[in-house]
Design a binder for this molecule. Structure first.
Ligand SMILES: NC(=O)c1ccc[n+]([C@@H]2O[C@H](COP(=O)([O-])OP(=O)(O)OC[C@H]3O[C@@H](n4cnc5c(N)ncnc54)[C@H](O)[C@@H]3O)[C@@H](O)[C@H]2O)c1
Length: 467
């Protein structure tokens, strides 16, 4: 938990920061805030605890690459029953249903399957009446599916990013508030072992007052263009030809936002600037690998190969968010958080503290890393990871982070606990997508973040270090 003295000093700093020239030149910052009014009857859901559901009835939409991975993890967990599976393709629905029956014999006797028409997922929700719906489809269908599920009384779990446009994000916020249901974007990276360790170290004040973060999704995914009729590449490739900005920001940003308690009582997203490099790699890849008449050679790719955005928070902190799915370079999410007393970083995991890291290094000029960090993990391992880390690693999914997220989702639903990520966080993290597009289009102009909490972030509880 945040130390109270440091919290108060941050609040005073916040007021001073808000009257600084940066934040008073309102006219020069483009305001992307479109919806300031809580609709009549709606209630804020930032701290929502819903009634316990001992046996959660689950429906899942989209069992392609990601959804199939989720369903394999869900099948290994107790406290729920899968009642509906929907996808466009019959073979994918059957594969998912057969896998569940094979992995958890007798536990899911009534799975209704829906395939073929693109609207059948609605029928699944209407007929099976799930308590929770998992949306694992392409980006443009996240918001309409999520809103429909919420309006039919289901807690809703949506893949990343939660939506594509700011209007869709507001609509999801309104739907969650209207129905008093959870709407969580499934940011699995927040359940990574390193990320949980760093959250714990930040909360314990080990790196002092937080100043700056660096987040990224650098992952060479040109090979997805091989998926041409169906699968990720068939729809994701089109985005590179329609949008120019930071199209997939949440994996790197989610953990940094929770280290800083953004949207949660301490600080909030304020504004963003963004610039993109030239867009060259996709065209080169298409030219080299496909015939001239191929559909990938008919697209005009406009998304810069690498985008760099910088977020400014209300407290004046900065976060660099980079995105590159095209360039030939090693994977990284950066995961760097810098404070007044030290820096924690990823890729590789390394720590530098003023005066040195315990007995491991003798000054902040050297990183403690590799096997040196065993004692740090032993001392500061996040309690959630201590409890469920081994189990989740055995279950697998991005090194266990996917299963840890799923275990925790069902634990919260079963026990009526607040979820670890609320709808406002999912929207704020995803909003970097459309806001960065606006900034890039306007030559890097500063854009203001919408406050999806409508000011309620100030009374939203920080994410605890859950046991
Ligand atoms: N968190 C992570 O680590 C992670 C990793 C990969 C993908 N993702 C996200 O998961 C989502 C899905 O990505 P993917 O790679 O699995 O894509 P995919 O194309 O493999 O799977 C999407 C599935 O949705 C189905 N679908 C589309 N429209 C539908 C409709 N109207 N009704 C029913 N089914 C429909 C498709 O048939 C397809 O099988 C995306 O949002 C992506 O960003 C997240």
């Amino acid at each position: 938990m945040i130390n109270r003295r440091s919290f108060m000093s941050k609040a005073a700093y916040s007021l001073a920061a808000l009257s600084s020239p940066l934040f008073t030149r309102g006219n020069t910052i483009k305001d992307t805030h479109i919806n300031n009014e809580l609709a009549t009857g709606n209630k804020y859901v930032g701290n929502l605890k819903a009634p316990k559901i001992p046996r959660v009835r689950v429906g899942i939409i989209g069992v392609g690459s990601r959804g199939y991975g989720h369903i394999r993890n869900i099948a290994r967990i107790d406290g729920h029953e899968i009642v509906g599976i929907s996808d466009l393709y019959e073979d994918l629905v059957n594969r998912a249903s057969d896998t569940v029956k094979h992995m958890a014999p007798g536990k899911h006797p009534n799975i209704s399957t829906y395939h073929g028409d693109e609207h059948l997922w609605k029928k699944m929700i209407e007929q099976t009446k799930p308590d929770a719906v998992f949306v694992c489809t392409n980006w443009h269908t996240h918001a309409p599916m999520g809103i429909y599920a919420l309006d039919h009384g289901a807690h809703t779990f949506i893949e990343v990013p939660i939506a594509v446009t700011l209007q869709e994000m507001w609509d999801l916020v309104d739907a969650a508030e209207r129905n008093q249901k959870h709407c969580m974007m499934m940011e699995n990276v927040n359940y990574g072992r390193e990320e949980l360790l760093y959250l714990n170290l930040c909360r314990k004040g080990i790196i002092g007052e937080l100043l700056h973060g660096e987040a990224a999704y650098i992952h060479e995914l040109r090979w997805e263009m091989e998926q041409q009729e169906r699968g990720t590449g068939s729809w994701r490739t089109l985005h590179y030809a329609k949008r120019n900005g930071n199209l997939y920001p949440t994996h790197g940003l989610g953990p940094i936002a929770q280290y800083m308690n953004l949207c949660r009582g301490e600080d909030q997203f304020h504004s963003l600037v963004s610039m993109s490099s030239p867009a060259l790699g996709r065209k080169d890849f298409a030219t080299k690998n496909y015939p001239t008449e191929h559909k990938w050679n008919k697209l005009k790719y406009i998304a810069g190969d690498i985008n760099t955005s910088i977020v400014k928070t209300h407290l004046g902190r900065t976060i660099m968010v980079q995105w590159d799915e095209t360039s030939p370079r090693p994977y990284s999410r950066k995961n760097l958080i810098q404070g007044t007393k030290g820096t924690l970083a990823g890729y590789p995991t390394r720590i530098a503290l003023e005066g040195g890291v315990e007995q491991l290094t003798d000054s902040h000029n050297n990183w403690a890393q590799g096997e040196q960090l065993a004692s740090i993990f032993e001392k500061y391992e996040h309690p959630l990871y201590k409890r469920l880390g081994q189990k989740s690693e055995e279950m697998g999914g991005h090194g266990g982070m996917d299963s840890l997220m799923m275990l925790r989702i069902f634990e919260c639903l079963n026990q009526g606990l607040a979820l670890d990520q609320n709808v406002y966080e999912g929207c704020a993290w995803s909003a970097v997508g459309p806001i960065s597009e606006q900034s890039v289009t306007n030559g890097g102009e500063v854009q203001k973040f919408p406050d999806f909490t409508r000011g309620n972030w100030k009374t939203t509880l920080p994410l605890e270090i859950v046991e």
